[in-house]
Design a protein around this ligand. Structure first.
Ligand code: MEV
Length: 422
């Protein structure tokens, strides 16, 4: 019989039974089945409650970036990422600004936007005014949904109403501005938008469709700034090279996507290590970068009067410490403990600093020596591992490939065979 991925009641099976189904479906070996079932730091009973249809956990290395001083505090930063060089690069960049006091970072209040889409209104302008006239009642209704947030001085603080033109005609977009305190806020905000929808329909005479948080968190920004002495960077030419790299990104979206990707190497790694929503942060980052209509760098680089390099970063940073996976994933909890923080704003400030460090490291490497030299030895190790090298053989095979400047799977296989015999 042909295979089918529609398996009735799959979600009701135990993790072990689900693995058996997947094993039969995909023709997994006994060893591969065992690999899926290997317990890690995230126990199955926790994983199984976090998402649906769990059959395993996907391990990603977690390293720590060293040397960070952020707002005067010494910080060790956990980073979860599969890409070699990123953690070393962040540590290196953080070291280079220590003599200048490290990173200064700030955040705005943790305000998220919840959107309510109203269609089919006869007179959009009039409806907008009527909604705004009843703002107090709408906010009161939103806030009745979340007494805990209110007790922490958070909650819906304002209501804005816009009229947009679409190919389906005019729409009214009502936006709740919600202070989410130490939560990322999606649950609180979505609950509020759903709760106020009937009231908005009544006031506007229209029909509500979407009620959902916006990931373009322009009211929840994190900023970081740092100065890197020109001598530490390798001289004036390197400083000029970095500024030229920034100018390239500012004018060219093809370069800018890669520039911002380098920033997100650092940002996403900390977001993931702390159990936050990487997709929300990525969506917010790129939408923010494009908000002027011209896709732009999330960082800016300039020279100060000394000729030293000054970098700044500004981006949305909707991360939380409560209510999400940060509170349920034991490794994420540990990451927060290593960071030594108590608030979501502190976390956002750290992440912004890491993003800035990551960008500096990439631009310096690109401007000074090219990225490949540093990358190669780590890449070579991964290639050696991918062909089955273990223990000392990983180092031997990768060192030989780097020496030969032939970091390739075919060469790794040959060398592994050779060194395994010898
Ligand atoms: C690689 O993951 C990131 C870089 O490409 C970033 C950049 O080019 O700025 C090195």
């Amino acid at each position: 019989m042909a295979k089918s991925s529609e398996i009735s009641g799959f979600y009701k099976l135990t993790v072990t039974d689900r693995v058996k189904v997947v094993k039969d479906f995909a023709g997994l070996s006994v060893e591969e089945e065992a690999l899926l079932q290997k317990p890690g730091a995230l126990p199955f009973d926790v994983a199984n409650r976090m998402v649906e249809n769990v059959v395993g956990v996907m391990p990603v290395p977690m390293g720590v970036a060293m040397n960070f001083i952020i707002n005067g505090n010494e910080v060790i930063v956990p980073m979860a990422i599969e890409e070699p060089s990123v953690i070393a690069a962040a540590s290196n960049a953080a070291k280079m600004t220590r003599s200048k006091g490290g990173f200064k970072a700030t955040t705005t209040a943790p305000i998220m936007i919840g959107q309510i889409q109203i269609v089919g209104v006869q007179d959009a302008n009039r409806a907008r005014f009527e909604i705004l006239a009843q703002k107090a009642e709408v906010l009161q209704h939103a806030n009745a949904q979340d007494p805990v947030l209110i007790s922490l001085d958070g909650g819906a603080q304002d209501l804005e109403v816009r009229i947009i033109e679409t190919f389906q005609g005019k729409m009214i977009i009502a936006e709740l501005l919600v202070d989410c305190r130490d939560a990322m806020g999606a649950n609180a905000v979505n609950t509020m938008t759903e709760a106020v929808a009937p009231l908005l329909e009544k006031i506007s005479g229209g029909r509500v469709y979407l009620r959902i948080i916006s990931n373009l968190a322009v009211k929840r920004l994190a900023r970081a700034k740092a100065t890197f002495p020109k001598e530490t960077l390798g001289g004036e030419e390197v400083v000029d090279g970095i500024i030229n790299a920034y100018a390239f990104a500012a004018s060219d979206p093809y370069r800018c996507a890669t520039h911002n990707k380098g920033i997100m190497n650092g940002v996403t790694a900390v977001v993931l290590a702390t159990g936050n929503d990487t997709r929300a942060i990525e969506a917010g980052a790129h939408a923010y970068a494009a908000r002027s209509g011209h896709y732009s760098p999330l960082t800016a680089w300039e020279k100060d009067a000394n000729g030293d390099l000054v970098g700044t970063l500004e981006m949305p940073m909707a991360v939380g410490l409560v209510g999400g996976a940060t509170a349920s994933n034991p490794v994420a909890k540990l990451a927060v403990k290593i960071l030594g923080i108590k608030t979501a704003r502190e976390l956002a400030e750290i992440i912004a600093s890491v993003g800035l460090a990551q960008n500096l490291a990439a631009l310096r490497a690109l401007a000074a020596e090219g990225i490949q030299r540093g990358h190669m030895s780590l890449h070579a190790r991964n290639v050696a591992i991918s062909v089955g090298a273990k223990g000392d053989l990983i180092d031997k095979v990768s060192a030989q490939m780097v020496a030969e400047k032939k970091v390739r799977v075919d060469r790794a296989k040959e060398l592994l065979e050779k060194f395994s015999k010898g």
